[in-house]
Design a protein around this ligand. Structure first.
Ligand code: PLP
Length: 498
């Protein structure tokens, strides 16, 4: 998930302490050394060999070197009920005894049908049908293709354009990278990305881009007009959809849009007969404290097509889904009557059974309510601790944002945006601050995510960390997470000269 692709040796230096973290148990040190010495045959996503996890329970993960760490971000906002949930494990075992695989072009299966019913009902009228895939990128790829299939079949084949936003992330396949504007992730592939059909408008990021002479409503109106102009530029009848993350995830860090934004953007889509596609791969399925993020952050607007994934299977299975409105369902029913987009592992019985059990745990234990309650507590602790008078981080904490159990903390070290007099010039020896915090937190026994590049459109400036604990996190665990996180931030600052 790290955004710095051209400074791998730098990252190696920053992160390697995580592997050799000292512990007072000498056997632990011996295990750490042994673990490090063992070769890996995996091309990892980090330039260093990540520690190996051996077991997990609730919010805790045990590592091969004997340490136990708290996962405060559920992997990548995935493990929404933590690990080792017995109800889910039993459901997977029971399904394995009954039926492990059928190919969905020949046969459907019980768990898939039941999960589909659950998802459609969860939309309270927003959705008519859905289809299953194996993850978030496949869901967004499926959403793109479904939108095109819809217009192809309903006699508007001239619609070929998608408009998405800068500083967004929609997946790692070629089309979804083309649809995303996360500069670091695009860089190696620019030469083969699709620049013809995927276009961009500004992000909805008031704290950074709303002008001082603008009200929130003015800012939303400027963004609305920019989208309208982009439709005009591409030919108003040629656009398939406007695509956005309801709450932006990795790229800018748990960033909700300003009030009225989705209503304004939807009005442009409606004006030109185009679709609204919401990417809720990270922010959906309860993460924001409501089943769908648009229920709490969408101005009452719901999408024509929506992608979900991470919290759907909660890490117990690889699964994603494309949910779509009755309008799309009807358009396709009246023509081909089928989803053109197929994958071999679609609607996998084990994955669907696991996801169904995860969703059952969430609803039967009232976890969305806990998500809202503990989320509010997490937010208040982050605010009072990081912006408290004695906190080293106070001058550098630019923004604490999010909702539910999805929180981004953005730090700023530049003088230009400084509104705080005591901001000092710090020297992190060229290290990205948020990644140094991620490494320090892991040393201290806490898994968080760190990213760079949220502060400008070029993606060259900005530091943020992401927290996304499970919906069943306890008050004690929230306090532990904030303690270790704030301590790690202060340690990195101190080492930088604060
Ligand atoms: C993670 C993510 C994706 C991609 O999902 P994968 O399961 O990693 O393929 C797409 N969109 C958003 C918003 C995401 O956070």
């Amino acid at each position: 998930m790290h955004e710095i692709v051209d400074s791998q040796s730098l990252l190696r230096t920053i992160m390697s302490p995580a592997l050799t973290v000292s512990s007072d148990k000498s056997t632990t040190n011996a295990n750490a050394i042994k673990a490090q010495a063992r070769p890996t045959y995996i091309l990892h996503r980090t330039p260093w060999r990540p520690p190996v996890a051996t077991r997990a329970e609730g919010i805790y993960i045990d590592l091969e070197d004997g340490r136990r760490v708290i996962d405060a971000v559920g992997g990548a906002a995935v493990a929404c009920i933590g690990s080792g949930n017995q109800t889910v494990i039993e459901a997977i075992k029971a399904q394995a005894d009954e039926l492990t695989y059928v190919y969905n072009m020949q046969l459907s299966n019980g768990p898939a049908e039941e999960l589909a019913k659950f998802l459609i009902e969860s939309g309270k009228g927003a959705f008519g049908l859905c289809g299953f895939v194996s993850g978030g990128s496949e869901a967004m790829e499926g959403a793109i293709k479904l939108a095109r299939q819809y217009f192809f079949e309903t006699n508007q084949p001239q619609r070929v354009h998608f408009i998405a936003r800068n500083l967004s992330y929609h997946g790692n396949t070629l089309s979804t990278v083309s649809l995303s504007n996360n500069p670091a992730r695009r860089k190696p592939y620019e030469g083969i990305l699709d620049h013809e059909h995927f276009h961009f408008v500004s992000p909805a990021f008031a704290k950074r881009f709303q002008r001082s002479d603008e009200s929130e409503a003015d800012y939303v109106e400027r963004l609305r007009k920019e989208l309208d102009d982009k439709f005009q530029e591409l030919g108003p009848g040629n656009v398939i959809a406007f695509v956005a993350e309801t709450v932006v995830g990795a790229t800018t860090g748990a960033l909700p849009a300003p009030t009225g934004y989705f209503k304004a953007m939807k009005s442009v889509c409606d004006k030109y007969g185009a679709l609204l596609i919401l990417d809720e791969v990270m922010s959906g399925m309860g993460r924001m404290g409501t089943m769908h993020a648009w229920e709490s952050f969408g101005d009452g607007v719901f999408p024509d097509i929506q992608a979900v994934a991470k919290g759907l299977g909660g890490g117990y299975a690889s699964i994603g889904a494309v949910l779509f409105s009755e309008r799309i369902a009807e358009g396709i029913r009246d023509h081909s009557g089928l989803w053109m987009h197929g994958h071999t592992y679609q609607a996998h019985p084990l994955a669907c059974a696991a996801a169904l059990a995860v969703q059952h745990v969430i609803s039967s234990s009232n976890l969305l309510e806990n998500c809202r309650t503990q989320g509010a507590y997490l937010s208040s602790l982050l605010h009072s601790r990081l912006q408290g008078p004695n906190c080293l981080a106070r001058p550098y904490t630019f923004d604490i944002r999010g909702g539910g159990l999805f929180w981004g903390i953005e730090f700023d070290f530049t003088d230009s945006d400084s509104s705080v007099a005591e901001k000092k010039k710090l020297d992190f020896k060229g290290r990205p601050f948020a990644l140094a915090v991620q490494a320090k937190a892991l040393e201290n026994g806490l898994v968080v995510m760190g990213f760079t590049g949220c502060a400008n459109i070029e993606g060259t400036r900005g530091d943020h960390n992401l927290l996304a604990p499970p919906y069943n996190v306890t008050k004690d665990e929230v306090e532990k997470i904030v303690d270790i996180f704030v301590e790690s931030v202060e340690q990195v600052l101190k080492e930088g000269g604060a």
